[in-house]
Design a protein around this ligand. Structure first.
Ligand SMILES: [Zn+2]
Length: 271
């Protein structure tokens, strides 16, 4: 499932290619993805310029030269692909754009979302209003994390996955950030002191920035919009590496299941 770095990479690719361009024709082959598509999508979108692109958590936001913006979520398996051959029966949405670019939304599992939302009220949109802080925003630091974690009885791994606390972090980057910070995923979030929180906040920012610089991670369900593959998966230190040596101490990386998700960590380096 795409996480913040993959969505950010996709959004930047879209912006580089399509900012300022017009959507000549929007085509749908289904009436719903995870939710019904807005009935008046074609009327709102056709002929409009895409004036700017943004990201909030795992949502890509396409601002149009009209009061409503497009809100796109890739879900579990959604991909945005430029040009190339058709995505076959899983290509549900197609944007024919000015300049000959064709943008295809391909989503075998149909957990993606495409919504219209008023730009001036985006922060209050039900999908966005409850989201936590952006970890790459200037306000994100250890002190803030410490305040958000205060009183939380869940383990720190679960707290990082809670989108109401910090937005955009999924299983991969939670595991990688905890390893880099040297913090056990089983520690209770509310028990983390200011120094551990500061270490964790720095690790989160570092791992996300490195992943974005690498073009995200290519996993079975994700490729970049321009068909290039991100390669951050080669830099995973613990994620998906059960039994392989910890890059710091050489002991085998362990896997446990927390809240139904695999957690990879080093029992010795993470305390
Ligand atoms: Zn280790």
């Amino acid at each position: 499932m795409p996480e913040l770095p993959e969505v950010e990479t996709t959004m930047r690719a879209l912006a580089a290619r399509l900012r300022g361009r017009r959507i000549l024709r929007f085509e749908r082959r289904v009436d719903r993805l995870r939710e019904p598509l807005p009935a008046d999508l074609e009327r709102k979108v056709n002929g409009r310029h895409m004036v700017d692109f943004a990201r909030r958590a795992k949502y890509i936001i396409i601002h149009l030269d009209q009061p409503e913006s497009l809100l796109l979520h890739l879900g579990m398996s959604g991909r945005l692909l430029f040009d190339g051959p058709s995505g076959g029966r899983h290509e549900h949405l197609t944007f024919h754009c000015e300049g000959g670019t064709v943008l295809r939304f391909v989503d075998p599992r149909r957990f993606g979302l495409l919504l219209l939302a008023r730009r001036e009220a985006l922060d209050r949109h039900p999908r966005l209003a409850g989201l936590g802080i952006e970890p790459l925003s200037p306000a994100f630091d250890g002190a803030l994390l410490h305040r958000r974690f205060a009183g939380r009885r869940c383990d720190v791994k679960a707290a990082l996955l809670d989108q109401r606390l910090v937005a955009g972090i999924g299983n991969i980057y939670a595991c990688e950030a905890l390893f880099r910070a040297g913090i056990s995923p089983r520690r209770r979030a509310g028990d983390l002191g200011p120094r551990r929180c500061a270490r964790l906040a720095r690790a989160i920012v570092t791992v996300l920035e490195e992943a974005i610089a690498a073009g995200g991670s290519s996993l079975r369900d994700y490729v970049g919009a321009d068909g290039r593959l991100g390669n951050f998966q080669n830099d995973f230190r613990v994620y998906g590496r059960e039994g392989e040596p910890c890059p710091r101490c050489g002991r085998p990386v362990r896997r446990i299941v927390q809240a139904g998700r695999s957690t990879f960590f080093c029992n010795r380096c993470q305390r």
